[in-house]
Design a protein. Sequence first.
Length: 192
Amino acid sequence: MIEKIKNIFTNKEKRVENLISFLIILIITIIVINKILKGNDNKKEDYKNEVGVELAINSNKTEFLDDDLEKRLEKILEKIEGVGKVSVLITYSETSSIIPVYNINSSTSTTEETDTSGGTRKIQTENNQKDIITDSGANIVTEKVLSPKIEGAIITANGASDGKIKSNIIDAVIAVTGLPAHKIQVFEMGDD
């Protein structure tokens, strides 16, 4: 068998043809192996931080949209007896921000140099590299999402003319947003 392989490459007339055939077979083999190995990357991976908490994947979209809080607050306020139809506006001083997970590589190297007068000096070099981790779909893996800072709220409600109902609305908004009472304004809803 080894003799036949040697004869294939020693025959000068067919050496180029055999070499090209060998290269084509090698390239096809590499492509097939690459396809097989790449097929295993499609499964979902679970990313965990150092404490073992599962991290969000595909978080190019934040779950904390400004309108989401307003809509949820409207729904819950409308369930309070006597409030009626409600409209909520919340103002923010900042926007939501995403904190990605980083792969941090750092290294330190020390070298000693001797000068012509016989003295030595140590040179210490630090190299830090911080890369954002992405999943197989090139989506950023998120460690946490910081909600925007709420500055104030305006609520209009059908039942806001009653002092007790107005107080209940303010208490509910304080509980959800953490705002002080003076940053929450409640008004009687007018006709559309």
